[in-house]
Design a protein around this ligand. Sequence first.
Ligand code: PHB
Length: 402
Amino acid sequence: MTISKETVPITALGNTLLFEPIKVGANTLPQRIAFAPSTRCRATADNIPTDLQLQYYDERSKYPGTLIITEATYLSEQGGLNPHVPGIFNKRQVAGWKKINDAIHANNSFSSIQLWYLGRVANAQHLKNKGLPYIAPSAVYWNEETEAIAEQAGNPLRALTIEEIDHIVDVEFPNAARNSLEAGFDYVEVHSAHGYLLDQFLNTASNKRTDEYGGSIENRARLLLRIIDKLIPIVGAGRLAVRLSPWAKFQNVDTEGEEIHSYILNELQKRADEGNQLAYISLVEPRVQASWDIEEDKQVGSNDFTYKHWKGNFIRAGTYAHELDKIDQDIDNGRTLLAFSRFFLSNPDLIEKLKDGIPLTQYERPTFYTQDNFGYNTWPRNGELISFDEETEKARIGKPLA
Ligand code: PHB
């Protein structure tokens, strides 16, 4: 495989609302484009950020005022231990992220960390190796494969106890949030989307609890809101954010759509009315789930309802690169940013290209989740000729930053 030379023509957006400034919590960003969180597996096997990630985020934050939402990051060992995904639960990870944030800030740009907790989509064997249980809202496996791994590991999925839920709220999230601040992140985003732990609580397919965390909408949303209330005084509301995917069925959750998400947004708006407005709500558009497009005839729902309930900023992500000509319509309200993921991988200078209408380099999915540098730091900027040896880059595995 060679790096794509295919390009996608685009129109210049420099004169659109995308290039108007916007206030996001404590900071004013000069434009409304963000880098959407994207798992790319270039951390070490023991979850430490690497030199490859440093180069990657540095290159993608060169346009001043870019908001980089870094890849989903394990907030505790219990949250996740898959190799090559970064964490923010130990000192080395904090020191590694600090170097990445220093580079982003030297470019006058901003960073947000996405705090990740896998729950039932974790690997039971990885948890077992550390003496940790395999936990979720309820003992409902998401597929046969994870059930087989759990059985083999002798670590069957079980429902979280109330004490364990309290530990997540009172210890795990606050530790990760403090670590994130120490590492220099400008924002802390709570991942409550895509069938991961917090979404598993929201969702009736995965939450069969009969206590105060299951059943009614209020109960299913309780954990997320407790976490937000815990983090507001630690992080500051203006640096705190949440990600939601009202329409995603990724990892065998049902589409929960409007009802519970309206409730959550109303609750967050209540906090805003009391002076604690979160920096932004990040929304996954119904056109995508994780990094996959949904075929048009299978798409359900629309995120239009969200604007009725939440008066603050939204960051919306999902195939916007294919709709650049009608972007002004979507953001004509002074409180919407758009986030790009796949084209930000293959175009380190994506923002300049969008501004000037320079064709985008097509991305290549086969290198999204590999561990080496090929297809990661091998994408040229406009007019740049990078020469590299494919075999050398494929042999280049990241070195820990700390
Ligand atoms: C993934 O790593 O596959 C992933 C992470 C976060 C998401 C979706 C997918 O929201």
